[in-house]
Design a protein around this ligand. Sequence first.
Ligand code: PEP
Ligand code: MG
Length: 590
Amino acid sequence: MKASKQHTVSFTLHGLAVSSGIAIGQAHLISQATLEVSHRVLASRLIDKEVARFEAALSGVRSELDAMRVTLEKSPADMRAFIDLHRMILDDPELSEVPKQIIRDRRCNAEWAIVQQMNLLVEQFEQTEDPYLRERGYDICQAVERVVRELSGQSEHMVGRLKNAKGEQLIIVAHDLSPADVLAFKDQAFSSFITDVGGATSHTAILARGMGFPAVLGLHNARQLIRDGETLIVDGTRGVVIVNPDRRILEEYELRKTQFELERSKLKLLKTARATTLDKIKIDMLANIEGPDDVDEVLESGAEGVGLFRTEFIFLGRGDMPSEDEQFEAYRKTVKGMDGRPLVIRTFDLGNDKILHGDEGHGDRRRDNPALGLRSVRLSLTEPKVFLAQLRAILRASKYGKVKILVPMFSHAFQVDQTLALIEQAKSSLRGEKIAFAEDIEVGGMIEVPAAALAIGMFLRRLDFLSIGTNDLIQYTLAIDRADEQVANLYDPMHPAVLMLLSHIIGSAEKAGVPLSMCGEMAGDANFTRLLLGLGLRQFSMFPAQIPAVKQRIKQSDISEIEPIVRKIIRLEESAKIEEQIERLNAWQQ
Ligand code: PEP
Ligand code: MG
């Protein structure tokens, strides 16, 4: 974050653009709910009472969450999921039992005990390479914060305490917001929020997108720089917050806001339209999902199927691996919900050993470079029992619809061969047990490692389809750790090397006649749609909310006119020039 001007009338802050749209309103600062609790040593006779106080607080929070769950029964599944997640976190013995032991062993107060235990758990999460898992550390903090508030007798909701007496549009300015805090926006006059911390894949960010609130996170010190009541413009599309804008800027943004809202409502009308270019080329619009609860949104978005089901997401937050039956139920529910539309189920893409704890034999898997370590299919292949259980669960679900298997992060041909052998083994065990499945299930692989992109022939020959994971492909091509803020500015989808690889992958798949899709973030960004069409991509998979904007761009594009321009763009040597040309390509009315 950069503050371009401080303590003057007007200044601009830059953060992470996590939920698009524009909000204009008055700043409402939320005091930082602190987890800095004091430590008290208790007399022995008070220990039992302290444990009972802890138990009472925990059950108070559980009842509060249950009550919230009931009021949200008709809300999108996303919202209920956060309540469930907090409930699950607090039910885990790590937080419901261990603090009691700490109170007894160290004769300390309940607040201190639970915060100590929280710190320990968060530290473990922070050591993981997977940004999603790291952000689950936030969920733990937020769940614990509830208990601490309850212990201190302030169970009232942080956002709920705010009043909007004058009926103005209010913009929440907070150090951090829990998903539950965001949920409390629902019935109030809040139009947006900005926070100092939080990542683009945090639950808070996901909720903001789901609820359509413009939001900017990761502003670092907005709470210190902004004062209550100041006028704010939140540009959630660009990740910009303008504090005390002058009249000219205000008018400009009011106009942009109206245009954005008009555009959004027009886009909704595209739901049933086919994604066909001006020169009549049909493009497949697929959705990325993270669990069975996302199916409604997929159908609502008009997606033709699911191009990426990130299965690891449904089982995060628990300490063990789900059983084959549990997985089967989740996959079956999803495929049935898809009602005949294709569903590409990706096998676990875990980089973290915690979830596989209890599976002996590997000791400590943490390494200095986890992104280059035992993650994804590499991990699956070292855990054949776990991998087989997942493959059997997917195969069993394949009886209920059009299921395909997608395997992440292939880099070597032998990994494909071993995976295919395990799929055969899973099939033959099911046959032996007379359990039905789709014998002709297609198996595909993610192309997200530069080695796989360059030596793509060995994957084209072995697999039924491929899917490009641009998030990892860019990370590995440019040697940028996606999770490291210090090099985030070097993460560049428009780097010539990235475009060369994309062109090579797409061209090779086309020549070999192997179906190819893209499911990384690039596919859902309408700024890249024409570039990708020009490179020859015909299947796009993205978050359901991104489908209308990409579809509209497709409908306004003529591939025969784009192709020669893109051929020139990929010969350019500098990202800045490429970016300029892509902007021109996008501005071009066809
Ligand atoms: C990718 O790497 O682009 C991808 C889709 O996989 P994930 O983001 O889950 O790593
Ligand atoms: Mg990936």
